[in-house]
Design a protein around this ligand. Structure first.
Ligand SMILES: [Zn+2]
Length: 512
């Protein structure tokens, strides 16, 4: 009850702020649809109420590059440039490239610059991150002038990185052989190689194993971070080709978030980088992908040391391909999974009772070649897979008949909305929320997917009352044969075996 009152109070607060912010921003920022500014044309203007922002969509006339200027009164300004970067191999090319961009560019050759800048006053955030289908370069500052300089630095880094001409950057970031002295053993090293040795957990592998089964022969099975077993297959030439192929303005989205007095100057700066390119068409279709035609069941081993306790050391994915769905249906399924995944739901209650040692999750994922709904059980046993599947099937069938408990829905929605509102009010909205916009754009091709999703949140109760959730559960889960049940289990002793194989390979390389 207290939560609900707080949510309403916050709602009023947010509405007031947004009206205030809008009246100011309209006076100061006055691009109109069709207006051309510094090589760009204004394509569309819309409101993003939750952020009290007016969103200006610019298109670069020469390359077609899209720039979203999310204008409000927030002085923690954010610049973010995003490229759609398919994970064509399992060797981590997108990740190595992301690391390499921060090792110097033609205009800013110093490798130490990134480190030095990130400790400057006003700079509040500086990063780069690789996702399965996009790579983003966000930077934020309380000073508009400083952000301008950082934007120039970031743009030169992504378009003109020194790794294109300096192989030592590749050796440093990706992988290399090392030999201390002639008597020592040959070892493998490299920033990304070491990072991924640590990051390749059973949970991460389980996700990739599931993707491999539900999306046969697609890029989705590849780890954008890099599979340590395969990272040493990567070549410097592949990194260069990858840059030539995907780091192009026509394949980018740029977001400016916050209060900019000099937004025209930022467009001019972007134009100076974009204009050196010609417009290019990008076809990012995953042509190798061969969709499943019926249920798939698979099991994978995950290597752990001989001394490891393998009780409750399996991860089970059970997921469904949602054929040909539009943004609206995606939003319905997304909200449905929020309710199904809440601790109060019949599904979660039944899972807890049957597998008390497990932890469970359900969500929609549009990052692969098709949208899927995934149910995940972690810290269970491999033998539990069929039980897990049966409980999901039975519980979802029950929800498809009865709907979600309306009282529970009310409290889940109140908490959920509060959460969303608080994130819209935080001091780091730009770096927290702009990646969401980019994620929808890169995953679905639709620029306003995130705003649509936020707007759809008002429909929770209605969609529960009018049977919408029942319908999507029936169609996409209960009566959907396009599903996969994939188990990844820890196997004790396999790790030593794998390590010995690698050591033997390295010894052979050294001998030659
Ligand atoms: Zn990394």
């Amino acid at each position: 009850m207290t939560k609900k009152i707080l949510a309403i109070a916050l709602a009023i607060l947010v509405i007031c702020t947004s009206v205030f912010a809008q009246s100011i921003s309209e006076a100061k920022h006055d691009p109109t649809v069709g207006m051309t500014v510094n090589g760009f044309v204004v394509d569309e203007i819309s409101d993003f109420d939750m952020l009290g922002a007016t969103v200006y969509e610019f298109q670069h006339l020469k390359t077609g590059a899209t720039v979203l200027y999310v204008a409000n009164e927030d002085t923690n300004r954010t610049f973010d440039i995003i490229f759609r970067t398919p994970t064509e191999t399992d060797s981590g090319i997108p990740h190595v490239f992301e690391h390499s961009t921060l090792d110097g560019s033609e205009k800013y050759p110093s490798k130490a610059l990134w480190f030095n800048v990130s400790y400057q006053t006003y700079n509040t955030y500086m990063n780069a991150s690789t996702y399965p289908f996009m790579t983003q370069y966000p930077v934020a500052s309380l000073s508009e002038d400083q952000l301008y300089t950082l934007t120039d630095f970031y743009l030169d880094s992504v378009f003109n990185p020194l790794v294109m001409t300096d192989k030592s950057i590749f050796d440093e970031e990706a992988w290399r052989y090392e030999l201390e002295s002639a008597d020592d053993e040959l070892t493998l090293n490299g920033t990304v190689y070491s990072e991924m040795l640590g990051a390749t957990t059973r949970e991460r592998k389980a996700g990739k194993n599931f993707d491999r089964e539900i999306f046969p022969n697609s890029y989705a099975a590849n780890d954008s971070g890099g599979n340590p077993d395969v990272i040493p297959e990567m070549t410097w030439e592949q990194i260069q080709d990858y840059h030539d192929k995907y780091y192009h303005p026509s394949n980018s989205l740029t977001i400016l978030y916050g209060k900019f007095d000099n937004w025209k100057g930022y467009l001019e700066l972007l134009d100076s980088y974009f204009s050196t390119y010609d417009k290019k068409e990008f076809d990012l279709t995953d042509y190798g992908y061969t969709p499943i035609t019926g249920p798939v069941v698979a099991e994978y081993d995950f290597p752990v040391e001989a001394s490891s306790d393998t009780e409750h050391s399996a991860t089970v994915y059970y997921g469904f391909v949602c054929k040909d769905i539009d943004q609206d249906t995606m939003n319905k399924i997304d909200l449905m999974t929020t309710l199904a995944g809440d601790t109060s739901s019949v599904l979660m209650e039944n899972l807890r009772n049957a597998l008390p040692y497990g932890s469970f999750n359900v969500y929609i994922d549009f990052g692969g070649p098709e949208t899927i709904v995934k149910f995940i059980a972690n810290t269970v046993n491999a033998e539990d897979a069929e039980t897990f599947k049966a409980i999901v099937d039975e519980s979802m069938a029950k929800i498809a008949q009865e709907g979600f408990n309306p009282t529970a829905v009310d409290s889940i929605v109140a908490a959920y909305k509060l959460d969303i509102m608080l994130s819209g009010e935080s001091s780091s909205v730009g770096v927290d929320m702009m990646p969401n916009l980019a994620y929808y754009w890169a995953g679905t091709g639709y620029l306003y997917g995130y705003q649509d999703f936020i707007d759809s949140i008002d429909n929770f109760q209605q969609w529960n009352d009018d049977g919408t959730f029942k319908d999507v559960i029936s169609k996409y889960i209960i009566n959907n044969d396009l599903n996969a049940l994939v188990t990844t289990k820890a196997v004790a002793g396999l790790k030593e075996q794998k390590d010995a194989e690698l050591a033997a390979r390295l010894a052979e390389i050294k001998a030659n």
